[in-house]
Design a binder for this molecule. Structure first.
Ligand code: BGC
Length: 402
């Protein structure tokens, strides 16, 4: 993951060639919509997206390098524990570079076998599944659209192979997420076109499954606000929430260089607290980023005034406003916060719990389902105990508190 909204590129202009959904005046169903396709996302499915976790490091950036160990990496009892703790779904990131053989233009049977096994295991534990095509940050250019037509050869070919195989799963329980965090796409609007193209491929085979779509610019709120919704009512719109990144990504060794030297950044955080912490940071980029003065930072132009629950609510409300503005038949478009989390090793524990609690609560208030990032990586919902993964009760309490 890189800079997301933090260093958001200049505003994307409206795309040439994109048949803009005329949301302001209502919408029309695609003429070839297969009969039986839900016109909206059924409420039962939205309920399943209420609370979840990202099962990263199983098949995406796997902790186990050999297949035999991967089969055993997440066990049924762990999934049962997630369900018993109150989660209703998991988001399962799949690395397209492992899944898709570009030369042969075919799914790799081994990787696909593992994905099917993982999905079935989660379903057996009564957890709904978001199948998420999740390129590795920094190695994902090959799958992004590279011109204004939005053509993305490999993503389209992958979904052409994948979609007919997804019919094996109940549309009530398996959601299809086109691609995680599109980014660094040069042509303004190309992602919206690409996403519509892939959605049409999915629809040819999966008339009933709910598609999860997202905006450009690392899938953040900023990218969502610039997205034209798909011409399809059975879609949930995802955004990822890591704001402020100087808090959630303090200590991160990837992405923006300023994060790696940040320490002790609290949440909530007043302007004065941020200034005080900044004095202790021995790195100009990090220091300036923290108090909103970094030259690259979009929000630097605005006055930094700290972070608290009201800021989070206001930002998530921008996504909610977009969903209301693009309402279909008077119904706001359904939203899903597919990732949120803060690095466990560096974010002060009390602050991390407070932030997780606030983001989850704001989402709940706005009827937005969520999936925490992640289960057993750097942002963990679990901890290692006696060689096993055990759920972190404090984290669960913070996120699930009703
Ligand atoms: C990225 C990960 C990253 C996480 C938090 C995910 O979408 O794919 O690489 O660790 O976001 O930054």
């Amino acid at each position: 993951m890189h800079r997301r909204d933090f260093l958001a590129s200049a505003a994307l202009a409206a795309s040439a060639g994109l048949a803009r959904a005329s949301h302001a005046q209502g919408y029309s169903d695609p003429p070839n919509r297969p009969s039986g396709t839900p016109r909206t996302v059924p409420a039962s499915r939205l309920a399943l997206l209420a609370a979840g976790v990202n099962l990263s490091h199983w098949l995406w950036l796997p902790k186990e390098q050999n297949a035999d160990d991967r089969w055993k990496f997440i066990k049924r009892e762990e999934l049962d524990a997630l369900r018993a703790a109150g989660l209703s779904h998991v988001r399962l990131p799949l690395d397209p570079a492992s899944l898709w053989d570009r030369e042969a233009k075919a799914l790799r049977p081994g990787a696909w076998g593992e994905a099917q096994y993982a999905i079935d295991l989660c379903l057996a534990a009564n957890l709904a599944v978001v199948l998420d095509i999740h390129p590795r940050g920094g190695q994902s250019k090959w799958i992004m659209p590279d011109d204004a037509t939005g053509a993305t050869q490999h993503l389209e070919a992958l979904w052409t192979a994948l979609a007919p195989r997804c019919t094996q799963w109940d549309a009530e329980k398996v959601f299809l997420e086109i691609m995680n965090e599109p980014h660094e796409i040069k042509e303004p609007g190309a992602w919206a076109i690409a996403q519509q193209r892939v959605a049409s491929i999915i629809r040819d085979h999966c008339p009933n499954h709910t598609i999860i779509a997202t905006g450009d610019e690392w899938g953040g709120v900023g990218g969502l606000k610039k997205l034209d919704p798909l011409d399809d009512g059975n879609v949930v719109y995802s955004f990822h929430f890591y704001e402020p990144m100087t808090f959630t990504h303090q200590g991160a060794t990837w992405g923006w260089e300023g994060w790696k030297n940040l320490r002790n950044v609290p949440y909530p955080c007043t302007t004065q607290q941020a200034k005080d912490v900044a004095k202790t940071i021995d790195d100009e980029k990090g220091r300036k980023g923290l108090i909103g003065e970094h030259s690259d930072k979009e929000e630097a132009k605005q006055k930094f005034d700290g972070w608290n629950r009201d800021h989070i609510a206001a930002r998530i409300d921008e996504a909610a406003a977009w969903s209301r503005h693009n309402a279909r038949k008077g119904e706001a478009l359904p939203l899903y916060c597919g990732e949120f989390g803060a690095i466990k090793e560096f974010a002060p524990q009390e602050s991390r719990l407070a932030w997780l609690k606030d983001v989850a609560a704001v989402c709940r208030e706005k009827k937005i389902g969520w999936a925490m990032w992640d289960y057993c990586g750097g942002f963990a919902m679990s901890e290692e105990k006696d060689g096993k993964k055990a759920l972190d009760a404090q984290v669960l309490r913070a996120a699930l508190k009703r």
